[in-house]
Design a protein around this ligand. Structure first.
Ligand SMILES: [Zn+2]
Length: 202
C-alpha cells in the first residue's frame, strides 16, 4: 500500500439506522458475603419497578436460605423471584421483561454467560449479582467469564470481622468441605486479605 492509497481510506459514520433492538447493558455486582450485593440488586429492582419497568428476578433453586420464591437480602429486604435450576430457563421468560435480574449468579451452570448475552442482545438490561470468590479464594463458577462480558462491574467490599478493614474474602468457619455450603454468619465471616491469609490454615 502506498501513501496515496492510505489517504483514500475513509471511515464513514453511520447516518441512517434501521429499526433495531434497544442497546441493553449487562451489569455485574460482585464481592464477598455480607457486602450488600443482594441489597444493591433488590434496591435497583424496586427502583426500576417504581419507574414502571417489568423486572423479572431469577435465582438458583438451591438457594433456599430464607424463602423459596423470593430473593432476600441479609437485612431481610425481599423481592419475588423465579427459582430455576438451569440457566437456559431464563430464556423462557426474558422476552416478556424489560429487565432481567439474577441473584447468586455464581451458582448457575456455565451456560449463564451465553444466556445473559442473549438476553442483552434481545434488548433487555441485565443485573446480575454474585460471589466473586469461593471460600478458598478461588474464582467462583461463571463469574470470571461474566466479568469479561459485563458492560458495568461493581465490586463491593464487606467489613473484616477481625480488623474492620475492607474485606474481600468469605472465610468458612464451619467444618463442611463442599464448595457450595449455604449459610450465614454461623458459617462464614468476611475477612481482609491479611486476616484471611493468617486464618485460612488454622
Ligand atoms: Zn482484617
Amino acid at each position: 500500500m502506498n501513501t496515496s492509497q492510505k489517504n483514500d481510506v475513509k471511515i464513514s459514520r453511520r447516518t441512517t439506522f434501521s429499526p433495531r433492538v434497544k442497546n441493553a447493558r449487562i451489569q455485574l455486582i460482585c464481592g464477598p458475603m455480607f457486602s450488600g450485593k443482594t441489597t444493591a440488586l433488590i434496591s435497583q429492582v424496586q427502583q426500576l419497578r417504581n419507574e414502571g419497568k417489568d423486572v423479572f428476578v431469577f435465582k438458583p433453586q438451591l438457594d433456599n436460605r430464607y424463602a423459596d420464591k423470593s430473593v432476600v437480602s441479609h437485612d431481610k429486604n425481599k423481592v419475588e423471584a423465579f427459582a430455576i435450576d438451569k440457566s437456559v430457563q431464563i430464556l423462557d421468560y426474558h422476552l416478556n421483561a424489560d429487565v432481567v435480574a439474577v441473584d447468586e449468579v455464581q451458582f448457575f451452570d456455565d451456560k449463564i454467560v451465553e444466556v445473559l448475552q442473549k438476553v442483552a442482545n434481545d434488548g433487555k438490561d441485565v443485573i446480575a449479582a454474585g460471589l466473586d470468590m469461593d471460600y478458598l479464594g478461588r474464582p467462583f463458577g461463571a463469574i470470571p467469564a461474566l466479568l469479561t462480558v459485563a458492560d458495568d462491574v461493581k465490586k463491593l467490599n464487606s467489613v473484616c470481622t477481625f480488623c474492620s478493614g475492607k474485606a474481600r474474602f468469605s472465610h468458612r468457619i464451619s467444618q463442611d468441605n463442599g464448595t457450595v455450603v449455604l449459610g450465614e454468619k454461623d458459617k462464614y465471616v468476611p475477612l481482609c486479605r491479611s486476616c484471611y491469609n493468617e486464618l485460612k490454615d488454622q
